[in-house]
Design a protein around this ligand. Sequence first.
Ligand code: CTP
Length: 273
Amino acid sequence: MAKKPNVRSPKSAACPSHPSRPSRVAAQQDDERPVLLITAGPTHEPIDAVRFIGNRSSGKLGVALAEAAVECGWKVVLLMGPTAIPLPEHKLVTVQRFVTTDDLAKLLKKHQPSADAMAMAAAVADFRPAKTTKADSAGKIKRTAAGLTLKLESTPDLLAGCSARRDKEGFSQVLVGFALESKAKLAASAKDKLQRKGVDAVVANELGTMESESITASVFGADGSVTKTPGNMSKRAFGSWLMDIIEMLVMERAIATQHDAEDEACGCAECAG
Ligand code: CTP
């Protein structure tokens, strides 16, 4: 099936941080630049008007990736959860904030159609409080001597949802997920997520990455490839390293999309098969 052409194929120009890799810095007008949609940071799921369930994600990896993408000539839409870190101020970066999984789901629905690649680094909550606990008129749950049992419900899997929407709508952007796991389970978990979420690549890194300034990671590709970082890297250097892989995946998709379109236009039995 021919896909909608929302994957722009890279043109050759030198990326300032990586002269060996194709980039579009000098080659394109702003509206021709490929778009990277990044999710980063935690979600906060409200328990009542003043309390929430959250996690310790800083969002630093998303910011580092946004900076690297801009350096390589991409436009970036950065969807950032509730964190206090400094955000990029650049004409090629649009920042939109979310708090809950539902907020992020709405932003993804809006921005997915125009994205050429999506890097889903947000630490989305797996569970959120179900709306069963009674609050007072100000929306606050009162302390009682009996304590409190919270009922949690699962959140929707946003990455899997983006993958399903890509298939349904005929989008052809590259989808990259992240897996944060203990060292022993890292590879198995990444391979499982790759399949279960229907994405092009999963970046697997250890639990310690969440609050660290540096990262050691392996990227598991849907084609069976495994690419490891050359040791421990700063998150900023990792951003450039990962952009190499994302640009490669975008290039491969653009070529596949073009072949699909050519096959469809040809219409002969061999191409249709
Ligand atoms: N993710 C998502 N929506 C969720 C949970 C996770 O989109 N509700 C995305 C994350 O942004 C990340 C990837 O899925 O890119 C993996 O996140 P993780 O929490 O490790 O995924 P789970 O599916 O919850 O994995 P597990 O079953 O191992 O907890």
